[in-house]
Design a protein around this ligand. Sequence first.
Ligand code: PEP
Ligand code: MN
Length: 332
Amino acid sequence: MNVVMKIDASLENISKIKEILNKNNIFFSESKSGSRIILSLAGDKEKIDRLSLANFMGVEYLTSEWTDLPLTGLNSNKAIEHKVAQFSFDKNSFLVIAGPCSVESKDQLFTIAENVKDSGASFLRGGAFKPRTSPYSFQGLGEEGYKLLYLAKQKYNLPVVSEVMSIKHISKAYDYIDVLQVGARNMYNYELLKELGKQKKPVILKRSFSATIDEWLNAAEYILKEGNKEVILCERGIRTFSKDSRNTLDINAIPIIKKKTHLPIIIDPSHSTGHWWMVESMSLAALAAGADGIMVEVHNDPKNALSDGNQSLKTDKFSSLMSKINKLKLVL
Ligand code: PEP
Ligand code: MN
């Protein structure tokens, strides 16, 4: 619901409404239409109705359209710039984030960084703190991994992406990492999302394997509500009955997200398939379906990778994928 104030509403009139909303724990965001103030409300609809805001001094009228996603929704803030970590999302851009599942060593990371840069990737990815199913699997290099990513960023001039699995990882990553990733397992970690909302760093928010689109968008809303508007959604496959792939890429999510929100959406063809030989077709499908980019796992020696070797593209295959992406872009 929007409360549209009169053009000549006094500061006192506006403060009074805000005071009532705050007192009743009703979230609102403020915008201007010409010199008119508009307050967009979210929360408990019945509670808002009971406040009879139309009767307050300075209120011109209320609009009845209702959204549970005042910040993430399509009609929320059209003025938000679609620019994340210096990357401008527009109709013709396609963000390619590439790199190993895990940072394993300086040599491994630099070899991959050089290759993906030469092939045309825009950002470098690499896991430092790894969310592994088994506690006995490689857990990542930890903070050392963030530092190696920073060195690779400086050498190859590629912004870097890495996951933060808990609130305490944020300060460890902060000086080294350009884009903080929330993994599928943490999409429901609301305390982590709130904390990320207070940071001045872009966030890639992965969809949980069991999340509905609305749950995913509400997770994004948690980040935006705290002030951080630089959120990229990442579809990484959901769990279905299919045993032939690790997950099922929900390609439907692309047009749905485009219809529901202004946020950019990228696809992870690696975790959604679990097989390197499916990565190319799913990446091209994502581009054709209107995604804003992909995040793909690339390794120089997938057979000996410490995590997710099966789904990692070898560097030469990544280079060939990039050529196909560039060709497909020309015909779309
Ligand atoms: C990852 O991107 O490194 C990762 C662990 O992915 P997800 O959270 O989607 O499983
Ligand atoms: Mn992985």
